[in-house]
Write a protein of this length. Structure first.
Length: 115
């Protein structure tokens, strides 16, 4: 929930941290007769609500961050380096999972295949 007078400031603060191209929705007067939901990027919503200040109860919903795409070639290269340094398959998998935030089963498979 956000106060109507602070919607633009809040959208601006979130855009500074998450980027102006992050998808969001601003819902106004939910469950009431004049319910209104606007969807778009944070930048688009800031522009709209700068011109048309909202009235009533406002809820802001912001999309989550995109999941980073794991570069498996970098994972394989690092696995080869660790195995060359004498790391066991288990220790290599643990290190890969930690360094790359990779799934444990993927890290183990790459570590096993790096021999």
């Amino acid at each position: 929930y956000e106060a109507p007078g602070r919607v633009v400031d809040t959208l601006s603060a979130v855009a500074d941290r998450a980027g102006g191209d992050r998808q969001a929705a601003v819902a106004r007067e939910l469950t009431k007769l004049y319910e209104d939901v606007r969807r778009g990027t944070l930048a688009e919503l800031m522009a709209y609500y700068s011109e048309t200040p909202p009235k009533g109860e406002v809820v802001i919903v912001i999309a989550g961050a995109p999941v980073p795409i794991l570069d498996e070639s970098a994972l394989r290269e690092r696995a080869r380096e660790l195995r060359a340094q004498g790391y066991s398959v288990r220790d290599t998998a643990t290190e890969l999972a930690r360094e790359f935030d990779a799934a444990r089963n993927l890290a183990y498979r790459v570590a096993r295949d790096a021999e």
